[in-house]
Design a protein around this ligand. Structure first.
Ligand code: AMP
Length: 194
């Protein structure tokens, strides 16, 4: 059965952790938009060179570049079921993906929003310190973190309204340990008519 999922939330909400668990349980390919970008940068590709300053400053990479990188990757998956974390970050990206999947006669199954307060994320960062930080990331300074939060705050409402109206959006309370969050997400996925 086709199953194509998306998971989004503020920076530091734990979406990659959940995406990995979901991918394992439902046998999905896991794509992380942020990681795809970091891979391009590490490879020194033209895409990576273009994306680097946006990432380092906690700004959104322009949609055209995001689509080029993501679609190239999806094309290698051969219509395998997937979960993408960190996408869509703006409504335009969500609409683009809907269109892309529709053309391929594949479903946009569900957009999972991991809702975590800024206070909780700040507390996690303070508690975990360097453990929380991925050493391979160059965007963990306070300015970039604040910028990412601002872009998230600006993007989430239009995304929520659009996909909620289509019954494709679920809110999950992410201010909890990993296991109950995962259980709630599985519950939502299991209820999908697939
Ligand atoms: P993440 O690993 O999800 O925290 O993403 C790291 C950075 O990659 C973000 O701060 C953005 O600069 C960029 N990025 C990731 N996903 C997207 C996206 N869907 N649209 C635009 N920029 C993105």
């Amino acid at each position: 059965m086709p199953l194509n999922l998306f998971i989004i939330g503020p920076s530091g909400c734990g979406k990659s952790t959940q995406a990995k668990l979901i991918a394992g349980k439902y046998n999905l390919s896991h794509l992380s938009m942020g990681q795809l970008l970091r891979d391009e940068i590490a490879a020194g590709s033209g895409f990576g060179d273009e994306a680097k300053s946006y990432l380092d400053n906690g700004k959104l990479v322009p949609d055209d570049l995001i689509f080029d990188i993501l679609i190239a990757k999806l094309n290698t998956l051969n219509n395998q079921n997937f979960i993408i974390d960190g996408f869509p970050r703006v409504l335009n990206q969500g609409k683009y993906m809907e269109f892309y999947l529709k053309k391929k006669d594949l479903p946009f199954s569900l957009l999972i929003h991991l809702s975590v307060t800024f206070e909780e994320i700040t507390a996690r960062r303070a508690k975990l310190g360097s453990e929380f930080q991925d050493e391979n990331r160059t965007d963990n300074n306070p300015e970039a973190i604040a910028s990412r939060q601002q872009f998230y705050d600006d993007g989430i409402t239009p995304i929520r309204e659009y996909f909620e109206s289509k019954g494709l959006f679920v809110d999950i309370d992410g201010n909890r340990p990993i296991e109950p969050i995962f259980a709630d997400i599985c519950d939502k996925i299991n209820k999908l008519k697939i």
